[in-house]
Ligand binder design. Sequence first.
Ligand SMILES: Cc1cc2nc3c(=O)[nH]c(=O)nc-3n(C[C@H](O)[C@H](O)[C@H](O)COP(=O)(O)OP(=O)(O)OC[C@H]3O[C@@H](n4cnc5c(N)ncnc54)[C@H](O)[C@@H]3O)c2cc1C
Length: 430
Amino acid sequence: MTELYWFRNDLRIDDNPGLAAHAEASRLLCVYFWPRQIPWCNLTGMGEQRKRFLLETLAALQSDLRERGQELMVLHGSPARWLPELVARFSVRRVGVSRTPGVYEGWEVDRVARLLEIPFLVHEGNTLFSAAQLPRTNAGLPSQFAPFRRLVEELGSASPSGEPLLPPRPDRVSAETVSQQETRPHPAFVVRGGAAAGKERLHAWMLRERAVDTYKATRNQLEGLFFSSFLSPWLATGSLSIRRVAELLREYERTHGSNESTRHLYSEFLWREFFHWRAYEDGSTLFRASGRGRRRHLRTFEPRSFARWCAGATDFPLVNALMHQLVATGWMSNRGRQIAASCLVNELNLDWRYGAAFFEKHLIDYDVASNYGNWQYIAGVGADPRGGRHFNIDKQTSLYDPEGEFVQRWQGVCAPQPEFSVDAADWPIA
Ligand SMILES: Cc1cc2nc3c(=O)[nH]c(=O)nc-3n(C[C@H](O)[C@H](O)[C@H](O)COP(=O)(O)OP(=O)(O)OC[C@H]3O[C@@H](n4cnc5c(N)ncnc54)[C@H](O)[C@@H]3O)c2cc1C
């Protein structure tokens, strides 16, 4: 019986419960749909570095599959248009996909399920815990992190499942080889897509350098090779399994002992987990200005301020440097993201969703749940019990860039920006 597996943010073979559920088929067709570019907050398209990383990830998966007698078809266009055609062409009897947060992603699955007249299975997604393990799901899921952590911290994460032996691809499948991009990684952040590169990074950071031992003290730095794990790009594309990473962390603790840094890393995994499960529950309110609540933060949206923030041309050198770093490398540290986001919300008084959309375009670790969840948190319309975070940029500069090296490297100082002029009706005057 021929089956079809639709890869989404689970671009790996190892510990992929969705893929493994189709290992018994006599033939398996593997497909991936290039993300749709839906205009949002006046932005479209994918930043060069994010695109590069995704293409590398797909090329690596395709080559891993080919080594196992399989193939990956990368298709452009809507799954609802393609899947019925593929099902008919290859006489597919069952289709599977793994669950991933995001409203469009959910609608797409519902639409395809309605169109196909064969069994359509939605498997567990890229989380530490399975839905069955969570003591409370749906409406009972805590809306803040601390109670969520208390609920799950004693749960062992589900064990990784290893690599399934894959059925061969159907005859007559031909797929173009995923082409590599001209764009290279920026020398300041050389990370390559694909499962092998992710595993290499995990081993280098945790086992070779043992940087996890000092993680708690270093994790707020803005730059460096080993101050934090850099695992997010592989976790976001699913080329690394979070359960595999957590298992290695547990092994590390058994061998070298646990300390506050190893425990802190695990609690960061729980943040990821929290945002993922919340995103399923929150649905479209994850993208609403007021979040789950009804309290609207009234703002005067000045598009020129947004343009300056994106271009790294504000009156805040640290923020400019961070934005230049983001666009050039596809990356920004966690503290950097907090500062840049707080600036957009609190200093520039802009709608947080525009900032989130810009991050979505550029971050190579873009993950819908973590991105929109963290932005809501800072904007005070999400999980923060304190109602939002306002970072004092001068204080952050003196804490994390006291010598001004980061600002200098990323050319954060720019000429003072002219005041905006508006007419009597508050319309901008160019
Ligand atoms: C405004 C804003 C937007 C963000 N957007 C994203 C995003 O699109 N994708 C994304 O993966 N993370 C996002 N984060 C969370 C966090 O900044 C990154 O996960 C982290 O910087 C990745 O670096 P690392 O892998 O070295 O993390 P480490 O510090 O080494 O942490 C290990 C892992 O824990 C998880 N993690 C750590 N912090 C968080 C957090 N606050 N929320 C959720 N998961 C976390 C990540 O999977 C990370 O890889 C965002 C944070 C902010 C403030």
